[in-house]
Design a protein around this ligand. Structure first.
Ligand SMILES: [Zn+2]
Length: 524
């Protein structure tokens, strides 16, 4: 017997939450061919990994690389933390399934999060087209959630209010097609437009085929922090009505409330999980954080028109900005699409407003209007979310890691460059929040099982060879708010489907990443 690659002398952390054990790992033809004492095995490529941990590739369960999965910096940011799989189509907004017109609108609105639509998809695309677009075009595997906001925009435009029966049927048919094309579930963004116009009854109806497929409903909920009870309550209601398995995106807020609600839902038979990232600041589009929903209710083009109207600005100054002073004080500007305003990137909103000699609310209007909505921000979460809450969420059995990475602007949130390395370095090695076995199960085994990534998430013979070699003594995040585009350290090698994507901490240029289509449901 021989193998293609032999990782010799390391410790296997296999993704089941078992502790590290001493073993060599053999890779042949894209899969793990053996694990054990394999020193005598013939191989073309023997790699000494003495003292290193050998783990399955990590799954980023919430990330905004929809336009940039093939970007070299994004690939390196992920691989240098051990991430091999990205779940895209988050927050209910992405490019498929949609016509050119819908793609134009949603890509405009969510441009500061997902980036611009790739040209080969912009004329309209199905989920099958989108998955084909990623397949072996990048080092990273890509899975996709059918975004319910995009689907609503395709059927109803930005029309608020309830869907009529014909519209419901049309949306449901698009969800069914997306699942048939390989979507891993359906996502919503209930604080964004048009997702926020959908009520629980509509979403439960769209979740029926998701439940039938054994797939997952993933939600940026209608409320976090002190309002997390409201967001979770609606998500559990949707689960009870449709029988769907549910997953809360970037969960944060007071753990005493959240853990209690998750526990009661579980007692009630609800299958609920969540992702979170190890930081106390969030990041999103400036319009969602700092403007009232009603200004944005007719879609992104209309929002820009309204913000150019001095009457609208006056009304906002009087009725809105005066009431959210606390929020404005927590905002830092990460990305502005308008060239004349790029100097504000990295500044707090209040400092930038001082320099621009205008009230902070006026600057918000100006940035959103002049960039045609293309403005993003980082914001400190309210004091209801503490480091203790982050650590308690991390230890929860239902937790996985979603970086929520946004790869745009000169001063993005560091989470896209550091989340996974920070969980390993800071929270596992330094703080002991998780054992190494538990950490790897949260980063790989658990999400692969949750999203039915067949053959991935565990290191065992027969599994797909998505493999990470890392140094447990040094793995760490180095990105911070001042220098966010800084790669993590401590990950030496990463294989994707048996090919080295990162070797000796260098990108190899290989593009072995696959589009991951949902495994067919096992029939009993
Ligand atoms: Zn997100």
């Amino acid at each position: 017997m021989a193998c293609d690659v032999l990782l010799q002398g390391g410790w296997v952390v296999d993704g089941t939450s078992a502790p590290p054990f001493r073993a060599d790992v053999a890779v042949t033809g894209g899969t793990i061919s053996a694990i054990g004492r394999l020193g005598d095995l013939e191989t073309a490529d023997r790699v000494d990994v003495t003292g290193r941990y050998v783990t399955p590739g990590f799954v980023d369960t919430h990330v905004h690389a929809d336009a940039s999965a093939d970007d070299l910096e994004v690939q390196e940011a992920c691989l240098r933390q051990g991430v091999t799989t990205l779940l895209l189509g988050q927050d209910g907004v992405s490019f498929a399934p949609a016509s050119a017109r819908t793609i134009g609108a949603v890509a405009h609105y969510f441009g500061p999060v997902n980036g611009p639509c790739p040209p080969d998809l912009a004329a309209g695309c199905s989920v099958a087209d989108l998955l084909a677009h990623y397949d072996q075009r990048t080092a990273l595997n890509v899975g996709y959630l059918a975004p319910a906001g995009t689907i609503r925009a395709e059927v109803m435009g930005y029309q608020p209010g309830a869907a009529d029966p014909a519209q419901l049927r049309a949306m449901r048919a698009l969800v069914e097609d997306a699942l048939a094309d390989g979507a891993l579930g359906m996502s919503t963004g209930l604080e964004y437009v048009p997702g926020r116009f959908a009520d629980a009854a509509e979403l439960a109806h769209l979740c029926d085929p998701v439940a039938d497929a054994g797939a997952v409903y993933v939600s940026h909920m209608r409320g976090y922090e002190a309002d997390a009870w409201r967001g979770l309550g609606e998500m559990f209601d949707i689960a009870r009505r449709s029988g769907v398995a549910v997953h809360a995106s970037h969960l944060h807020g007071p753990t005493n409330m959240i853990t209690g609600l998750l526990g009661r839902a579980e007692d009630d038979g609800v299958d609920a999980t969540f992702d979170s990232y190890p930081y106390l600041r969030g990041s999103s589009i400036l319009a969602m954080v700092a403007l009232p929903a009603e200004v944005q209710s007719a879609g992104p083009a209309d929002t820009v028109t309204r913000l150019h109207d001095p009457g609208v600005r006056q009304r906002l100054a009087r009725d809105w900005f005066s009431a959210i002073h606390d929020v404005l004080g927590r905002i830092t500007l990460s990305y502005v699409g308008a060239q004349q305003w790029q100097w504000v990137e990295g500044m707090s909103l209040l400092d930038a407003a001082g320099k621009a000699d205008m009230p902070p609310g006026e600057l918000v209007c100006e940035l959103v209007a002049s960039s045609r909505g293309g403005a993003g921000c980082v914001f400190a979460q309210p004091p209801t979310n503490t480091l203790d809450d982050v650590r308690t969420h991390l230890r929860h059995d239902g937790q996985m890691v979603g970086s929520d990475a946004i790869y745009l602007g000169s001063r993005p949130h560091p989470r896209g460059w550091g989340s996974f390395a920070r969980v390993l370095g800071r929270h596992t090695r330094e703080l002991g929040d998780l054992s190494w076995g538990q950490a790897v199960s949260h980063l790989a085994g658990h999400p692969a099982r949750r999203f039915q990534l067949a053959g991935r998430g565990l290191l065992k013979p027969g599994a797909v060879a998505d493999v990470v070699v890392l140094d447990p003594a040094t793995v760490a995040d180095l990105a911070d708010y001042a220098a966010p585009r800084t790669y993590a350290t401590g990950v030496d090698h990463v294989l994707v489907s048996g090919a080295f994507a990162l070797r000796d901490r260098q990108l190899t240029g290989a593009r072995p990443g696959r589009a991951l289509r949902r495994a067919e449901r096992m029939t009993p």
